[in-house]
Write a protein that binds this ligand. Structure first.
Ligand code: ARG
Length: 568
């Protein structure tokens, strides 16, 4: 509809000013949505035409308004320099519902990304460390972005850049060999590994020789020693086995688990290139790329003992992804604390002559999560583990469901969907850069702006449709001209723009918001109108509206990573 109004505005302009030159080309981008629907469905501001037409904006608006006559437009009004368009309500309802119901699951999808590839890196957990709340945002934001990009026609590659490299693995193997055993690690998983690691720290204070032993083990991993590698890979498997449970619960998937260690044999070439291009500098025996000119501290490439660093691996990873996937965009969903790191990486790539880094590599940063008012403490015992959080969410959701719908059939499954949905929604509710304070009461409130509320609205739509008798009468769109139906239709019509915008800005919260607004508008409609009207044609139209809302809410939920239970 937006494009149609823009085209119409274009025709009006060439009608009223046939000889005008130098007018803005993209009229659709000028169109605004008035803050109050009483001011119209779209407003066309005439300010940017003023220069080309040598006329004040109010005069332009006035002249344009004289020429409008279209079945889809009921009227236009000139207010200041704006031309406000009012849709023909019946026509709008007919057009919108026909458009949506032609392919209801696809409403909001596009071919914008056709032929293009997006690498989306997210979650990127650390091996042998607990999967805690600190990795919730990256996991759910990344998952949502992957879904949004897919829906916009991109080919996506989802990557879990595992933190599986570092001298700590030498320490852990040393501790395992001394004090651990296979069964305990198998049974205890990451917790047992953490215990071993902590014990290493304590014992090494007494006995510094252990540090040498740990270094020797790490060197063995680097040199490909069979035993060392076997233990190292086993630690990885055990960690991932636990993580997989969380990923399954969240319905999150990856195409690649190529983590830091994957780049062990891919950094030599990067270091050579840096050398050849004269970018590598000596600094107390270490090798760095000086970034002072760009107002940044140096990027560390090699330690004085020749060891590579986090940044070295990221340089190799960026180049590898480009050469393997030929991406058009490469996203890094990582906390804002690593802002400087990514600025440095992208700059170094650019200096190396990889021009794509500048426009195609993007750090998708997000804020911190705190839990019921306390910031995430890293000291053992204070971290909130993700699997515990998700199980708690399911328990709490189950308690609420037991109270609200004691007779529901598959309560456990619905509790899972609602509990997880509450957590995910709370994470994707606001702009990603904002810090999040997670509170149970808020996240699980069925009446607030929450996951359960939107899911409940979806279930309500399903229930209305389930209970409706079979109707053969054709829908009477004249039954959908009231303010509430129109408000809902307007939001449904703009849903595709919200998805496109979310993709453009890597901002899933725009989909959360659009979906929540639709749910609110449907509920308002539901409370103020009888859907199953005596008049069959009116009922048919209202059911169609319900079905459209149901489909679009389901899509919105899917795009932010929530399930849509049909009964709640
Ligand atoms: N594993 C790191 C962490 O947990 C995040 C990795 C981010 N991605 C990257 N390509 N550097 O903090």
């Amino acid at each position: 509809m937006k494009q149609r109004i823009a085209d119409l505005a274009g025709e009006m302009i060439s009608g009223a000013f046939p000889d005008a030159q130098g007018l803005p080309e993209d009229l659709a981008s000028l169109l605004e949505v008035p803050p109050d629907p009483a001011m119209g469905d779209y407003a066309f501001p005439c300010f940017k035409l003023s220069k080309a037409l040598r006329m004040g904006p109010p005069m332009i608006a006035k002249k344009l308004s004289e020429s409008v006559q279209r079945p889809e437009i009921a009227r236009v009004e000139c207010v200041g320099g704006y031309l406000n368009f009012f849709f023909n309500r019946e026509n709008f309802a007919r057009e919108m519902l026909s458009a949506i119901m032609k392919a209801p699951e696809k409403w909001g999808s596009s071919e914008d990304g056709k032929g293009k590839t997006a690498c989306v890196e997210y979650s990127s957990i650390n091996i042998a460390k607990r999967f805690h709340l600190g990795h919730l945002s990256t996991t759910v934001i990344g998952n949502s972005l992957k879904r949004i990009y897919d829906f916009q026609g991109w080919k996506t590659v989802s990557i879990n850049h595992l933190g599986d490299w570092g001298t700590q693995f030498g320490k852990m193997i040393c501790a395992y060999k001394r004090w651990g055993d296979k069964e305990t690690v198998e049974a205890g998983g990451v917790d047992e590994m953490t215990r071993l690691y902590v014990r290493f720290g304590v014992e090494a204070k007494q006995n510094p020789a252990l540090e040498d032993e740990a270094r020797a083990w790490f060197k063995k991993i680097e040199d490909g020693d069979e035993e060392a590698l076997e233990i190292f890979h086993w630690f990885k498997d055990v960690t991932l086995r636990d993580a997989m449970k969380v990923y399954d619960t969240l319905d999150v998937h990856f195409d690649s688990y190529a983590g830091e260690s994957f780049y062990n044999d891919k950094m030599g070439r990067i270091i050579d290139e840096l050398n050849e291009k004269g970018l590598l500098k000596d600094s107390d025996g270490a090798k760095i790329v000086d970034l002072e000119e760009y107002g940044m501290p140096p990027c560390l490439i090699l330690k004085s003992d020749g060891a590579t660093l986090y940044a070295t691996r990221d340089l190799a990873a960026a180049v590898y992804r480009k050469e393997t996937y030929h991406f058009d965009t490469s996203l890094y969903v990582v906390a804002y604390q690593q802002d400087l790191h990514f600025k440095q990486i992208f700059k170094v790539l650019e200096l190396m002559g990889y021009d794509w880094a500048k426009d195609q590599c993007k750090h998708v940063a997000f804020g911190m999560v705190s839990y019921e008012g306390t910031a995430m403490a890293t000291r053992a015992g204070h971290v909130v583990l993700l699997d515990e959080l998700l199980s708690r969410a399911q328990e709490k959701a189950l308690a609420i469901i037991n109270e609200k719908s004691p007779n529901l059939q598959n309560k456990e499954e619905v509790a899972r969907q609602v509990g997880v949905g509450a957590v995910v929604y709370a994470t994707l509710q606001n702009n990603r850069i904002k810090d999040i304070d997670f509170w149970w009461d808020r996240a699980l409130n069925f009446d607030g702006e929450t996951g359960p509320y939107v899911q409940y609205t979806f279930a309500r739509c399903c229930s209305v449709l389930r209970k409706a008798p079979a109707i053969t009468a054709a829908p009477a769109y004249s039954a959908l001209t009231d303010d509430e139906a129109q408000a809902l239709l307007r939001l449904l019509s703009r849903f595709p723009e919200a998805v496109a915008e979310a993709c453009l800005r890597n901002e899933p919260s725009m989909v959360t918001r659009a979906t929540t607004e639709i749910a609110k508008a449907y509920n308002k409609y539901y409370y103020e109108h009888r859907i199953l009207d005596e008049d069959e044609s009116a009922a048919a139209a209202r059911l169609l509206l319900t079905d459209a809302a149901r489909n679009v809410i389901k899509t919105g939920l899917y795009l932010i990573g929530l399930s849509a239970p049909e009964r709640m």
